[in-house]
Every structure is written in C-alpha cells, then in structure tokens.
Design a protein around this ligand. Structure first.
Ligand SMILES: [Zn+2]
Length: 301
C-alpha cells in the first residue's frame, strides 16, 4: 500500500492538491469519508488540537475510534493537524505528549506548528518531532510564516496584509528551515488565512482570500518539497486551482464543512440532517470546487 508520504509526493508531481478535511465533530467522520469514496477521489481527514479543545471532537482517541469504523485506505488517510507549541490563546502546549499519543494511535502523518516561535526555535521543535515521527515511518508537516485567523480579535485589514506581504513565508528562511528541520511538507503563508475559531466569529462567512502565486513559485523552488495550503475554505477558486500547479500538494478545508454541520444542526436539530449537509458539501467541494472527482487511480498509480 502506498504511504501517505508517497501519495502527497505523487500529488505534487501531478499538479494536484489533495484536500484534507478537518473533523471538529465526531458525526462528521462518516459522511466525509463516504463523499470521498462516492466521488472516487482521494483525500485526507484531519484533526487539529483546537477541534478537541474548542469544538466537539473530544480527543484524538475518540476521533481515531470513529475513523476506524469507516476507514478506507484506498480513498482516505488520517492526519494529525496543528499541534501548536504556543496556541492561538498564547498558551504553552505539551506538544511532545500529543505527538507521541497521535503516533501511538496510528495517525499516518502529523503536523507540528511552531509558527509562533522564532525561526531557530521552530527549527528545533520541528526537528524533535521529525525524529519521533520518522522513527515510525510517519511524515511531518511544519508551518513557517503567519497564517492568521485562529487568534481572538479582529484580523488586520486583509488588503493591507496582502499588499505588503506581511507574515508571508520567506523563501530564504524556508530553504534553511526545510534543510535543518527535516520536515516532509511545509505549510506556507502566501495570502491564505484560517477560518475563525472564536465564539463571536466562527459562524461568519470567511472573506475571499487571494494567493500570491509568484511567491508560491519561489517557495516551491526554495524548498523542493510538497507545500500545504491552510485556510482552504473561501480562497478565490482560480488562485486555488493555480496553486496546485505550483507546488501546493495538500489543501486544508475546515470552515466550509464545519459550518455546513453546525448551521444545519442548529436549524433542524437533527444530527442525521447535519451529516447529510456535510456529505453534500464535501461531495460538491471535491467535484465542482477542486475538480478532483475520479482522481484516485492516478494518485495511487
Ligand atoms: Zn491550519
């Protein structure tokens, strides 16, 4: 069976970005996997720490138990997303314990997020996690640059951020980071922003983000590894599709399917109806938004 590392490498070669769907609520697992299979697509499902702290995912072991009921490795793999060293509320996190637990549970790839640290400290913690994960044959995603949006409080004005490139991943730093940290995939900041997770803002529609494709191209050359786009919900579609041709091999999608679940549950009071909404949204994202229906055979070839 192809490993997740080989699959993401293959996606990069084909100019495809594999979606990674976040799972903030346990009943989302089944309809997301079913949609991926019914589209004969290939995708990851993933769990970030914020989803068991602030949403309904409960714990890594609870999500893994649910995943095991529906797993289908010819269509889907499971990834441990954002294990922050410093979280969105500026708290220190015992990231090492979470990574060790995730590896023991069988997550097939893991992300360490040291993006709120200095470059040297981010390299150091990523190196530490890469050693733990690689010993088990598991690839590691890291983040360099500031993908904003999870923090409490208002975002700085987006147009100003984009125009100045403030917080964008710097190519020279990325070259050094990848070489010294040993990470397999790198999450980059090129205009993308995370969906809000705060109580006051999490139900709002995300603003349409754009991507600097020239900047992405420079980062792809500078690193030579698969790059990851966080905040995949609500990016301008043409930019999203172009980014896949320029090195983005994994695209995280959280807000779109979370809001489908939560808003339907709130409106109808039925978990089954909310699951149907997640199935429909995931299906249409794969088919109409990403154009990735039927890609499974090419990805696994
Ligand atoms: Zn993210």
């Amino acid at each position: 069976m192809k490993t997740t590392k080989e699959i993401i490498q293959r996606a990069r070669e084909l100019g495809l970005g594999i979606p990674a769907f976040n799972l903030p609520h346990l009943p989302m697992v089944e309809p997301v996997i079913r949609a991926i299979r019914d589209q004969d697509s290939f995708a990851l499902v993933e769990l970030a720490r914020v989803e068991w702290i602030k949403f309904g995912a409960k714990s890594p072991s609870a999500v893994m138990a649910e995943y095991r009921k529906w797993e289908d490795p010819q269509h889907v793999r499971i990834h441990l997303d954002h294990v922050p060293v410093i979280d969105e509320d500026q708290n220190k996190v015992d990231y090492r314990a979470i990574i060790i637990e995730g590896l023991a549970l069988g997550f097939q790839s893991v992300m360490i997020d040291g993006s709120r640290l200095s470059l040297d400290d981010n390299i150091r913690v990523t190196r530490e996690v890469a050693e733990l994960a690689h010993a088990k044959g598991v690839p590691v995603e890291a983040e360099l640059g500031a993908v904003l949006g999870h923090e409490a409080g208002p975002l700085p004005p987006y147009e100003e951020l984009f125009a100045t490139g403030k917080g964008f991943t710097r190519p020279a730093e990325a070259t050094r980071f990848v070489k010294e940290s040993g990470c397999d995939w790198l999450s980059v900041a090129i205009g993308n922003i995370h969906g809000a997770v705060g109580e006051a803002t999490k139900n709002q529609k995300k603003l349409e983000a754009r991507l600097s494709l020239e900047h992405l191209e420079a980062l792809s050359v500078a690193t030579g590894i698969p790059l990851v786009l966080h905040g995949g919900s609500g990016i301008r579609q043409a930019d999203m599709l172009a980014s896949m041709k320029k090195g983005i091999a994994k695209v995280n999608v959280g807000t779109e399917i979370r809001q489908a679940y939560e808003l339907t549950l709130a409106a109808k009071g039925s978990v089954a109806a909310a699951q149907d909404a997640v199935y429909d949204r995931t299906s249409s994202l794969l088919k109409d938004w990403f154009g990735l229906a039927g890609i499974r055979a090419r990805i696994l070839a």
